[in-house]
Write a protein that binds this ligand. Structure first.
Ligand SMILES: *Cc1c(COP(=O)(O)O)cnc(C)c1O
Length: 382
């Protein structure tokens, strides 16, 4: 059997070499770096402690879980292609118009669709250095050129972004909060929008908005409402604990919502995802518990890391990025040490932050296991 297959492959290769006509992806596709997800397995650990993907420390809302179980009875039905109930619930929650909301298969899908609709070959897609590894991927996927602007101290630098704008820049992505845990002041985001060309689409990726406490932060609702060229994306993957069902949404000017509704697949959000999303929004008690947990344990984790001599970046999200004074070698060794103890954190090489590890604010017992591992590592390394 294997020989037959191998024989066919050779014949095919011969044929194509003769005609030079194998299908080829369009330019850019082969340059897309493979996405490296947060680790979910550790060799030898049956149940690793997963602090690598900023998932919800408290699991999923019990109401969302119940809605999912009930959705099992309707699995033979197509989902509502307009996600009517979910958009109505989001509109009520955020005091925005349901017509301006588009739901997606995770916010990832919406980032892809925005790039697909507004950028293409010859265009540039701008993003801030440590924003989100998906931004350059979606730019390359549509044949555009990703352009990276530098950050200062793991913070988005508005002036550095503005300096990278060219007449070919079609889309700019800002993760706010950033993938480093920092955030951009509402006034700075406004200044960025004001100084960007009006025909450039600004995408504010507010995946961690629910965790942010400072009052000088705005996820983007105000800007989307007052401009015709700004979109805010949100997700149920983090604060709502629904990463596994894949659900995100975008709040857009009406014209952009109409564009997204043309390019998206009619049934891009599954029926279980829509039901779980509505139930999660109704579970105020769970949401409050998630926020309270984070408000308590994130500062604690930051101070414990600092006490160990590490350099945590002040965070407003549900994770802490921490620098290792010994650089990439020390960060790698710490990562290996933690993994051997069944504790998974995020390597940050893909973000150009090889001397850092990123740690989700998990449960108390998980954080204690993490700190015990780090103490042990740092003690042994001295
Ligand atoms: C997790 C995350 C997302 C959300 O991804 P989903 O596709 O909605 O799960 C988007 N942006 C950033 C910066 C993230 O960290």
């Amino acid at each position: 059997m294997a020989n037959v297959l191998r024989g066919e492959t050779t014949r095919q290769r011969d044929a194509s070499a003769a005609s030079g006509s194998l299908p080829r992806p369009r330019p850019g596709v082969q340059q897309i770096p493979p996405y490296v997800a947060g680790r979910s397995a550790a060799p030898g650990a049956a149940k690793p402690i997963k602090l690598s993907s900023n998932e919800c420390a408290l699991g999923a809302s019990p109401k969302a879980m119940a809605a999912l179980r009930e959705a099992a009875a309707d699995l033979h039905r197509y989902p509502d292609s307009a996600a009517t109930a979910l958009r109505a619930a989001l509109a009520a929650r955020h005091a925005i118009a349901a017509e301006q909301i588009v739901c997606g298969d995770g916010s990832d899908e919406l980032l892809h669709l925005l790039c697909q609709a507004y950028a293409g070959a010859g265009d540039e897609v701008l993003y801030s250095e440590h924003g989100f590894v998906v931004y350059p991927m979606v730019a390359l996927a549509v044949g555009a050129t990703p352009v990276k602007s530098p950050e200062r101290d793991c913070r988005v630098d508005v002036d550095a972004m503005l300096a990278k704008v060219t007449p070919r820049t079609r889309v700019a992505f800002v993760a706010n909060p950033n993938s480093t845990g920092t955030y951009v002041l509402a006034g700075e985001v406004e200044r960025l929008r004001r100084r960007l060309p009006s025909d450039l689409l600004l995408v504010l990726d507010a995946a961690y908005a629910e965790f942010v406490e400072p009052a000088d932060y705005d996820a983007g609702v105000a800007l989307v409402r007052s401009t015709g060229n700004t979109v805010m994306t949100r997700t149920f993957s983090k604060a709502f604990g629904l990463a596994g069902v894949r659900l995100g949404w975008a709040y857009c000017p009406t014209a952009i919502a109409n564009v997204l509704n043309r390019v998206r697949a009619p049934f891009n959000v599954t029926l279980p995802a829509q039901r779980a999303g509505v139930a999660a929004l109704e579970d105020a008690e769970f949401s409050a518990a998630v926020r309270a947990h984070n408000a308590r344990w994130r500062p604690w984790l930051e101070s414990e890391l600092a006490r160990l001599g590490l350099k945590p970046v002040p965070s407003v999200a549900n994770f802490v990025l921490t620098r290792f004074p010994g650089g990439e070698k020390q960060a790698d060794a710490a990562n290996a040490h933690l993994m051997a103890r069944g504790v998974l954190v995020r390597e940050m090489k893909a973000y150009g932050l090889g001397d850092c590890l990123r740690i989700t604010v998990g449960r108390e017992d998980e954080l204690n296991a993490l700190l015990a591992g780090l103490k042990d590592f740092l003690g042994a390394a001295k």
